[in-house]
Design a protein around this ligand. Structure first.
Ligand code: ADP
Ligand code: ZN
Length: 710
């Protein structure tokens, strides 16, 4: 093989052909360094016949420079990359890039020099050094990473190295992970659990593609049963991938895993240090990482010997990536299992309607755990009609919920108040005129961060100090942050702004478990994973929030969130109680929640979706056009709308300004495409957009199976 075709990591280029110089050995999947003009780029050798042909004559080909010292991307992963690019209409190279997610690892093994504080007394202390000394406790990382953590320059840190305040530590990126022991602490499974586990174990042993929908109420022992499958895979020398929806959940999971297998698993998420990333990536690609737990980006890691995939809380919308390659990790995980010929377990107490439908069609095997482990009972659910039980002014909770909270405080038990939208809680507004602060870059409200006294935008990160008065009324102290009006108690606010790292999540779990928190006030982060035996009351502040708004899955999401958060109550021996505040007690979702009739809810929801041609009965896609120039974005969107194909089974809506019409300084227009299941929505969009040309400032993104319609 003298001429090879490569995917190269340059967004503007298609595949390129190169010559393999004498003495160099490459095969499909080899990661290579190739010349491009005067520069060098990274590429992956691919099966030539699977890529569009190039026309460079033999004698014009430039030679590859180097094969990077990593194993070739395995064939099942190459097929997954192709499938993902094809299905989500993404550039092949952009998908392949997600597999090579540690630049350092591509250089092979080796050592990294990190630094940590020596603890020596500083002599001369500048303000910058004081900050570094304060913020770098218990940190060990490269100078670049430390400078980011402390917010001081590299120069300051190098000066501290010279002054003996920081010392170098040489870290070997290939040091092995301690081995997990499949027999470390195996539980006695209940009869029902054992039956479920046996099916998983058989599938792992057979090493065949078998998708499972593990449908079990919260606390039924779903984790324990799939741990048995993990044990089987480890014992057989295979690797396991576990996907979790939020990094805040990893800490709890790591503990459980360690109790069961003796050591924590390897982790993968965006806040890993570069050296940890390199180590994990290499261990995965060399086949020595046994179990890797990660966020959705772990899905494209180059496992050498994958034997099982688990997607926990598989209904979670955070498995959907909404920028770059817009893929749904739950769905791609099933495809990966298919290409790898392994079982895959989608675990949830509230499966997505799409997953239930797959089970109904016999494409997934549905396994059910209908009861809580150890006889713990499901909580009592009560609906509070906010039109009757009105909260006091500026407070969010109705008198019966206040009473219930007081009762738990008296008994020394814990309560949880669930706010089902980020930015709902500390929304700052003027008491006199209701003025709210808007982000200058986005069509979104600013949210107050009480501790830092700043208003921040969750989309672009814009921040300003919280002003003393609103610009219309000018009266000092006229701004109030709406508070819950919780009686005096030790309150912890748990949102993705407060639990920003696994360490902070661990601290919260520890405090809550130790009983140092009376009331947890949280967003969807608190709906899952946690297990606090003293937590006996859950209040859902506004169950209607999710029902309004134009999201087609809103009802399902409300149902899932409330059912999940209700599952936090009464997980110990004490029974739990759930109070749901609503203005629409007659809505199907609320009625289903109150009566605990899940099947009725899913049946009603399925009927509504069938009528609307919505998933899983029809398909949606979105085209999002954006530009910093509003007229340019609008014209491009109109151009797309004007050339829309006319097809019987495809409905095209828009263009219209997107609900989030300004995002990070870019104006956005949106078209929605609704198709019958049978029509090939990808092919229609590809053929529609391909001939169109746009000014360089315009970005056109396609979202297949969108979750967010903003
Ligand atoms: P789920 O994942 O379905 O929410 P878990 O696996 O977290 O359920 O189980 C809920 C609780 O019950 C956990 O604390 C777990 O350790 C415990 N548990 C479940 N099954 C068993 C078992 N067979 N033996 C001992 N403890 C169990
Ligand atoms: Zn913003």
């Amino acid at each position: 093989m003298n001429r090879v075709r490569c995917l190269v990591f340059n967004a503007a280029l298609g595949p390129l052909d190169y010559r393999v110089p004498a003495g160099m050995e490459v095969e499909p999947g080899s990661v290579v360094l190739a010349p491009l003009g005067p520069r060098q780029i990274i590429g992956v050798v691919w099966e030539a016949e699977r890529l569009p042909a190039t026309e460079v004559p033999e004698n014009k080909l430039r030679p590859l420079l180097q094969v990077l010292p990593v194993p070739p991307l395995p064939a099942p992963l190459r097929r997954l990359i192709e499938w993902t690019a094809d299905y989500y209409l993404a550039p092949l190279a952009a998908v392949a890039r997600m597999a090579l997610s540690s630049n350092a690892a591509l250089q092979g093994g080796g050592t990294v020099t990190e630094y940590r504080l020596t603890g020596r007394e500083p002599g001369r202390i500048t303000p910058q050094r004081a900050i570094a000394l304060d913020l770098l406790h218990d940190q060990q990382a490269t100078i670049r990473e430390l400078s980011e953590i402390a917010g001081v320059s590299d120069g300051v840190l190098r000066g501290m190295v010279n002054a003996g305040l920081l010392e170098a530590v040489v870290v070997d990126s290939d040091r092995p992970y301690p081995p997990a022991d499949p027999h470390h602490a195996a539980p006695d499974l209940s009869e029902q659990q054992a039956e479920v586990a046996a099916r998983f174990v058989d599938a792992v042993k057979a090493r065949e593609f078998r998708p499972f929908l593990l449908d079990g109420v919260t606390g039924s022992g779903k984790t324990e049963t799939y741990f048995e499958a993990i044990a089987t895979a480890i014992a057989a020398g295979q690797q396991v991938l576990v996907l979790l929806p939020e990094i805040a959940l990893t800490e709890t999971f790591l503990k459980r895993f360690e109790e069961r297998f003796g050591v924590p698993p390897v982790t993968w998420h965006s806040s890993l240090k570069a050296s940890e990333r390199r180590r994990a990536w290499r261990a995965v690609s060399l086949g020595v990482a046994q179990v890797l737990v990660g966020a959705r980006s772990a899905l494209f890691l180059p496992f050498a010997n994958l034997g099982l995939i688990v997607v926990d809380e598989a209904h979670e919308i955070s498995f959907k990536q909404d920028d770059g390659v817009r893929y749904n990790a739950r769905d791609v995980a099933v495809m990966r299992a298919r290409f790898e010929a392994t079982p895959v377990i989608l675990a949830s107490a509230t499966p997505a309607l799409e997953s239930l439908q797959m089970a109904e069609q016999g494409r997934y095997e549905r396994v059910v755990l209908p009861a809580r482990f150890g006889g713990a009972t499901m909580p009592d659910i009560r609906v509070l009609d906010l039109r009757i039980d009105q909260p006091e002014r500026n407070h969010w909770i109705a008198p019966p919920l206040v009473e219930a909270l007081k009762d738990r405080l008296d008994k020394g038990e814990q309560s949880l108040l669930f706010l089902n939208r980020r930015g709902f809680a500390p929304l700052t507004l003027c008491r006199a005129c209701g003025y709210r602060f808007q982000c200058p870059n986005c069509s979104a409200w600013l949210v107050e961060h009480r501790l830092s006294r700043r208003l921040a935008c969750h989309h672009c990160g814009h921040e300003v100090p919280t002003p003393d008065a609103c610009p219309e009324w000018h009266e000092p102290d006229c701004l109030v942050a709406c508070g819950p009006g919780v009686p005096t108690a030790r309150v912890a606010l748990v949102t993705s702004d407060t639990l920003t790292s696994p360490a902070k999540a661990a601290e919260f779990v520890e405090q809550a478990s130790a009983g140092a928190i009376d009331v947890i006030v949280g967003t969807q982060l608190v709906t899952k994973g946690y297990h606090f035996p003293e937590l006996t009351l859950v209040g859902v502040i506004d169950a209607d929030m999710g029902l309004e708004g134009g999201d087609l899955r809103a009802a399902e999401r409300t149902y899932q969130q409330v059912a999940q958060v209700a599952g936090r109550a009464g997980r110990g021996v004490k029974p739990g109680e759930v109070l749901i505040q609503t203005r629409h007690p007659e809505a199907a979702v609320i009625e289903a929640l109150a009566s605990g009739d899940r099947d009725a809810f899913y049946a009603a929801e399925a009927e509504a979706r069938r009528d609307a041609g919505a998933p899983p009965f029809g398909r949606w896609a979105a085209i999002i056009v954006s530009s910093e120039d509003e007229a340019e974005a609008r014209d491009a969107a109109r151009g797309i709308g004007g050339s829309a194909p006319r097809l019987d089974d495809v409905l095209i809506l828009g263009p219209a300004p997107a609900p989030l019409s300004l995002l990070r300084g870019r104006y956005r227009y949106r078209l929605l495409i609704n198709a019958r299941r049978s029509s090939e929505i990808q092919r229609v969009i590809r053929e529609w957009l391909e001939p169109l040309r746009f000014p360089p400032g315009v970005r056109v993104a396609v979202d297949i199976d969108p979750y967010s319609f903003v």
